[in-house]
Design a protein around this ligand. Structure first.
Ligand code: PLP
Length: 395
C-alpha cells in the first residue's frame, strides 16, 4: 500500500488481491490460483464458498439480517444449545470477534468473584508469547511490547509469567488473582503447544486456589486440532472459553462459553453488544456446526493431519538448512524455520501457496479442515519446491 492509500497504514499487505475462492483455493482477477494454507488465519475452516454455508447465508439473508438482542433470536438460542451440548459449557454469549470474546471472558471472571463477595479478586494471569487480540484490555493480557507501545499505560489487572513455567505461575498467584488465561496452542506465538500435563496442572492450580481457568480457543477451536476444542486432548475443561474465527466459517462472529457457576455474575444489563448473535452470524455458525459435528468429521481431520504432518516431517529431514522442526496438533501446524520465516512465506507465494508467519520464526500451516489428499500432495510439492529454491539461494 502506498502513502496515497485511503486506508489506515496498519497492515504490511502483500500485493495479492483475490476475486473469489473455491474450497482450498483462492483465485485472483487474472484467474491465477493459489493454494490457501492460511485460511484467513484459521478462519475458513471449511474452505472458501462451501456450498452448505453459502446456502445457509443466502437463505437467511433473504429473511432477516439483524434484530436487537432486546428480542428473542431463536437461531441464537439454537446455536448456544448446540455449543453447550458439545462442550463443558452451560452458557454462551455471542460476540463479533475474538477480542470481544476475550473481553467477555475477562468480565465474566471478574464479575464471578465480585458476585461471590470478593471484588478484590480481579487480576488475570497470562503467559508470555500469548496473543488475545488488539483491544486495550487484550493487548494488556497478551503483554507483547510491540502491540502495547504508544497506547499509554498498559491497562492494569494483567500479570504475565513465562510460557510453561509452573513455578513462576505459582509465585504470581496472589489474593487478588481472579483467573488464568491461556491458549492451549499459541497461534501468533508460533504454534507452541501447551503440554497436556501442564494443562492438567493449571486446572489443578485453579481448583486449589479458587481461580477460574479461561481458555482462548479463538485459533485452536472448532475442529482445527482434530477435536472440537484443543483442550479436549488434555482431558480437562475450562470454566470460561473464548471462541471465534472458524465458528463463523468466515462470517465475523465469536462466542464466550462458561459454566453456570462461572457465568453466575453476568446478570441482566451487565454486558451487551449490538451485533453479537445476529441472525446472519447465527445461520453461519449453525451451518458450520452441521458439518464439523457430523459423525466422523474429526476422524477425517486427524487422518488428513497425520498425512500432512508426515510429509512435513520428511521435508524437515531433507531440508535441514531450511526447516528446524514441524510442530502442532491436527491441522494447526507450524514449521520452525532455519531461514527467515518471512523468506519462506514469500518463496511459497512464488509457488502459488499461501501461508502465514508467526512468532518464534515459524510459518503457520493452516489448511481447510476439508482439504483433500490430492491438495495435501500439491502443498507438499510446493513446500518442497520453495525449500529447494531457498537452499540454492543460501549456497
Ligand atoms: N485470540 C487468539 C488466540 C487469536 O489468534 C486472535 C486473533 O488472531 C484473537 C484472540 C483475536 O481475535 P480477533 O482478531 O477476532 O479479535
Amino acid at each position: 500500500m502506498t502513502d496515497q492509500s485511503p486506508l489506515y497504514n496498519t497492515y504490511a499487505r502483500s500485493e495479492f488481491a483475490f476475486d473469489h475462492g473455491e474450497g482450498a483455493w483462492l483465485v485472483d482477477a487474472r484467474g491465477e490460483r493459489y493454494l490457501d494454507f492460511g485460511g484467513g488465519i484459521a478462519v475458513n475452516a471449511l474452505g472458501h464458498a462451501h456450498p452448505h454455508l453459502v446456502a445457509a447465508l443466502q437463505e437467511q439473508a433473504a429473511k432477516l439480517w439483524h434484530v436487537s438482542n432486546l428480542y428473542e433470536i431463536p437461531e441464537q438460542t439454537r446455536l448456544a444449545g448446540r455449543l453447550v451440548d458439545a462442550t463443558f459449557a452451560d452458557r454462551v454469549f455471542f460476540t463479533n470477534s475474538g477480542a470481544e470474546a476475550l473481553e467477555c471472558a475477562f468480565k465474566t471472571a471478574r464479575r464471578y468473584h465480585y458476585a461471590k463477595g470478593n471484588p478484590e479478586r480481579w487480576r488475570i494471569i497470562s503467559f508470555e508469547g500469548a496473543f488475545h487480540g488488539r483491544t486495550i484490555a487484550t493487548i494488556a493480557a497478551g503483554g507483547q511490547p510491540k502491540y502495547l507501545e504508544g497506547f499509554g499505560p498498559k491497562v492494569d489487572g494483567f500479570d504475565q509469567v513465562p510460557f510453561g513455567d509452573l513455578e513462576a505461575l505459582k509465585q504470581a498467584i496472589s489474593e487478588e488473582t481472579a483467573a488464568l488465561v491461556i491458549e492451549p496452542i499459541q497461534g501468533e506465538g508460533g504454534i507452541r503447544v501447551v503440554a497436556s500435563d501442564f494443562m492438567r496442572a493449571l486446572r489443578d492450580l485453579c481448583d486449589r486456589n479458587g481461580l477460574l481457568l479461561i481458555l482462548d480457543e479463538v485459533q485452536s477451536g472448532v475442529g482445527r486440532t482434530g477435536r472440537f476444542f484443543a483442550h479436549e486432548w488434555s482431558g480437562i475443561g475450562p470454566d470460561i472459553m473464548a471462541v471465534a474465527k472458524a465458528i463463523g466459517g468466515g462470517f465475523p462472529m465469536g462466542a464466550c462459553l462458561a459454566t453456570e457457576e462461572a457465568a453466575s455474575g453476568m446478570v441482566p444489563g451487565i454486558h451487551g453488544t449490538t451485533y453479537g448473535g445476529n441472525p446472519l452470524a447465527m445461520s453461519a455458525g449453525n451451518a458450520v456446526l452441521d458439518i464439523v459435528l457430523a459423525d466422523g468429521f474429526f476422524d477425517g481431520v486427524n487422518d488428513r493431519a497425520n498425512r500432512l504432518k508426515q510429509g512435513l516431517a520428511s521435508l524437515v529431514d531433507r531440508y535441514p538448512g531450511v526447516f528446524e522442526e514441524v510442530r502442532g496438533q491436527g491441522l494447526m501446524l507450524g514449521l520452525k524455520c532455519v531461514v527467515s520465516n518471512v523468506a519462506l512465506v514469500r518463496q511459497l507465494y512464488a509457488n502459488h501457496m499461501l501461508t502465514v508467519p508467526a512468532g518464534d520464526n515459524v510459518v503457520r500451516i493452516l489448511p481447510p479442515l476439508v482439504i483433500t489428499d490430492e491438495e495435501i500432495g500439491v502443498a507438499l510439492d510446493r513446500l518442497e519446491a520453495a525449500a529447494a529454491e531457498l537452499s540454492q539461494q543460501s549456497e
